[in-house]
Design a protein around this ligand. Sequence first.
Ligand code: BTN
Length: 323
Amino acid sequence: MTIRETMLALLKQSGDTFISGEEISKQLGVSRTAVWKHIEELRQEGYVFEAVRRAGYRLLSTPDVMIVEEVKVGLATQAFGQHVHYYTEIDSTQNRCQELAKEGAPEGTLVVADTQTGGKGRLGRVWHSPPGTSISMSLLLRPQLELQRCPQLTLLAAVAIVEAIRAIYEIPAEIKWPNDVLIDGKKICGILTELNAEADRINWLIIGMGINVNTLPEQFPEDVLGVATSLRIVKGEPLRRVPLIQEVLRRLEELYDLYVAEGFAQVRKRWEACAITIGKRVTIRTLHGSFTGVAEGIDDSGVLLVRKDDGELTNVYAADVEV
Ligand code: BTN
């Protein structure tokens, strides 16, 4: 942990009790002036401290920021998110994560941004993330898998996000194939997986997640307003972003470890349990046209199995699905 991470952890642990500058400097092994400098830096980020002569400091309020220290203090993972890169503004966290991957960044490296100027969605679409509203993050994985198993990891990410939202907010979030997370039929989160591979070997894979946390209706572009929502709209109050990041990372790591140890079966079961698509009549729109049928499940490569009205079972690889 860095000095600032340890300091923030100390101040959070002390709660309402003051902790003296001397105590902090002793525990951190730095000078009192250094402690004061870090406190001032954190104040610039929006943290509010009460400082009382002789008593010391206490933390009065924490801003809704996703800076490295905030993400790492209280993060219950071994690897996921243990290397965090935070940007207030960036073109796309996917692009930055690609660069870090090329430079040899370890598995679990996370890039987080408050806003993206060139956010990428699936199928070449644009992803909007106005400042202060959402979580835009990209996680670097270096799995030793056959190429054709990669889509399973996108499904795994959707399960982790849905389960995290259900656990923290008690909201019945659901998955729409392949990996949209919906609440009340409206999209709250999108996942974009990008792969860097050679003929038979994965170099790395980046899972990009965009979660609408505090977005207000007027902040959605007109064309998505009818089909998108945010946790704030659903809960009726603003929410903090970091606890959700930490819970998603914790669940992602747990599921990933399970997947590496035991394969896809458990993930598939949990995906199907969260999916609205399964067992329903769906309209499938592909580049080549559309058809209707009943979605029966997914196979091991994440392909959607749809029983067409004429009885034929079809594999759907890439499409927009209407339930
Ligand atoms: C989709 O539903 O179309 C996928 C959206 C994925 C958006 C996330 S936000 C973080 C990461 N960076 C990007 O540029 N895109 C993904």
